[in-house]
Write a protein of this length. Structure first.
Length: 44
């Protein structure tokens, strides 16, 4: 599984209408979409 670069994370969050992004070491990147935290998809 390849990890996303910061630009790809921002693009994915913007495309999905995220209000904010949560990044924590050792955890999945998550974006707040419609009030819920959802994982930002990684490329396969």
């Amino acid at each position: 599984m390849a990890s996303l670069g910061i630009i790809e994370i921002f693009k994915a969050a913007i495309e999905r209408g995220a209000s904010d992004i949560h990044i924590k070491a050792g955890d999945n990147v998550r974006a707040r979409i419609n009030g819920s935290l959802v994982p930002v998809p990684s490329r396969s």
